[in-house]
Design a protein around this ligand. Structure first.
Ligand code: NAD
Length: 485
């Protein structure tokens, strides 16, 4: 168990300085397990965003002028400090998000690995020479945009705020806008960045979507926006950006991800991976969660029974304890959204087979607690089949066992982020992975991300790929030059 952190009186990071907002307004943050206030951060407004963008713009020129080796050295120093401060970040993050310590530990190590990965890739941003004519030398080079605006969600606050290796190695400066729901770790991140990076290269403005996010999107000097969050916000950002100019966006959005099970799969393996893939340890608040389990008739009852037993056995409790299976949901809005969908599932005729209620016990009277929930006999006309809940609500769907029926069900939603396919038949696995409309597909696997392989969505789940070289390239624009000697 980690010690509870003291009250966090957080600051934002602008131009290397830890500052309050110009408005003097604050955002309080509460522990979702107890609803107690555990800290605050400044509530930035448009003026703060403008100051941060100016600072980034000034710093970017010198930053881009450094050699890639110099930039990599600085980023590695930053990654090392992040790692050294891991336990302190973890203690705050557990309290501020409600996610379990065991899960959050990976977020910190993944942030560190992500920075190190991109630090090593700088010299790969190579241009090309093209033999287009005999008179000229034709070549291309990749140049940074300048200032990148990065807006991130509440579910992996430190991971998403801290992993700015790709835009920085490409020579950009960034302004980060963390989620207002779990902003406290970004205050600690500001201290680490202030210690390790030149002033202004990374700025952090805390605030809500309309007060700080929107002005960042619409700032004329921010030509490249990197957004991770929900589909509606992603669409709002596209519209808002288009109102003021032509901007480059990457959008990592939501999912309603299918686990496609064929009848040769082992029921116990499928059941345990369905539970793992649903990310109940994050209370389902993970974009890649397998929230639709498509089971063939032949093994439907057996797998369902095992899933229910495992869901019933998940131990809810204090997220700072290593043995806790799941903590509370992140915030009241998320809890209410999940409860709304649980009611919709019942109203639409699905069969509630696990959870759906607040857990029993005095320790769960306050806070945003909900038992991991499983619905059986879900059909495509139901809202819990089609819409992203972003909560601990799994939909189990029965199909005949026919390949085409499974794929039609899998693809029958507006999302296309991840998919998981279960079979030992290689031919079936290959065909299914080709036909499923999703950007990140596991065959006989769930949840894991592999650095160096592109993560991102098809359909409304997004634009662009992260966690790979393509991500770094996406923070550059290509210039073509023709030289006559
Ligand atoms: P959200 O869209 O509500 O908010 C995300 C961020 O956008 C927050 O920082 C918020 O303040 C900001 N924001 C809100 N309105 C804005 C506006 N009009 N202009 C600019 N910024 C604005 O998402 P959330 O509830 O924090 O996170 C959950 C969502 O994120 C889910 O849909 C989930 O699937 C998605 N997500 C996707 C990925 C991925 O990699 N594809 C990863 C994690 C989460």
């Amino acid at each position: 168990m980690i010690e509870n952190p003291a009250y966090i009186d957080g600051r934002m990071l602008i131009n290397g300085k830890l500052v309050e907002s110009t408005t003097g307004n604050w955002l309080e943050s509460i522990d979702p397990a107890t609803e107690q206030v555990i800290g605050r951060v400044p509530a930035a407004g448009p003026e703060d965003v403008a100051i941060a963008v100016d600072a980034a713009q000034d710093a970017q020129k010198d930053w881009a002028a450094l050699s890639v080796i110099e930039r990599a050295k600085i980023l590695k120093r930053y990654a090392a400090r992040l790692s050294e401060e891991g336990e302190r970040l973890l203690a705050v993050e557990v309290r501020d998000t409600g996610n379990t310590i065991a899960k959050l530990r990976h977020d910190i190590s993944n942030a560190v690995r992500g920075i190190e990965y991109f630090a090593g890739l700088g010299t790969e941003l190579k241009g090309e020479t093209v033999p287009a004519s005999g008179e000229f030398l034709h070549y291309s080079e990749h140049q940074p945009y300048g200032v990148v605006g990065r807006i991130v969600p509440f579910n992996h606050p430190i991971l998403f705020a801290a992993k700015f290796g790709a835009p920085l190695m490409a020579g950009n400066a960034v302004v980060i806008k963390p989620s207002e729901q779990s902003p406290l770790s970004s205050a600690l991140l500001g201290e680490i960045v202030a210690e390790t990076l030149p002033p202004g290269v990374v700025n952090i403005v805390t605030g809500d979507g309309l007060g700080a996010g929107l002005p960042l999107v619409q700032h004329p000097q921010v030509k490249r926006i990197s957004f991770i969050g929900s589909v509606p916000t992603g669409m709002a950002i596209q519209r808002a950006a288009a109102e003021v100019g032509v901007k480059h966006l990457s959008l990592e959005l939501g999912g309603k991800n299918p686990m496609i099970v064929f009848d040769d799969a082992d029921p116990e393996t499928v059941a345990s991976n369905a539970i793992g893939g649903m990310n109940f340890g994050w209370m389902g608040q993970s974009c890649g969660s397998m929230s639709r389990i498509l089971l063939p008739d032949a093994i439907y009852d057996e797998v369902l029974e095992r899933i229910v037993a495992k869901a019933d056995a998940i131990a809810l409790g204090d997220p700072s304890l290593e043995e806790t299976g799941a903590g509370p949901m992140n915030n009241r809005g998320q809890l209410e959204k999940a409860l709304h969908y649980i009611q919709a599932g019942k109203d639409d005729g699905a069969r509630l087979v696990s959870g759906g209620v607040r857990p029993d016990g005095a320790e769960f009277e306050k806070g945003f607690w909900l038992r991991p929930t499983v619905f059986a006999d879900v059909t495509p006309d139901m809202r819990i089949f089609r819409e992203e809940i972003f909560g601990p609500v799994m939909s189990v769907v029965r199909y005949s066992g026919d390949f085409d029926e499974a794929l039609a069900l899998a693809n029958d939603v507006e999302y296309g982020l991840t998919a998981s396919i279960w079979t030992n038949d290689l031919r079936k696995a290959n065909r299914a992975s080709r036909e499923v409309r999703a950007g990140y597909v596991w065959v006989n696997g769930v949840s894991r991300h592999f650095l160096g392989t592109g993560f991102g969505g098809y359909k409304n789940s997004g634009i662009g790929r992260e966690e790979c070289f393509e991500e770094m390239l996406s923070y550059t624009e290509t210039k073509t030059v023709h030289v006559r000697y």
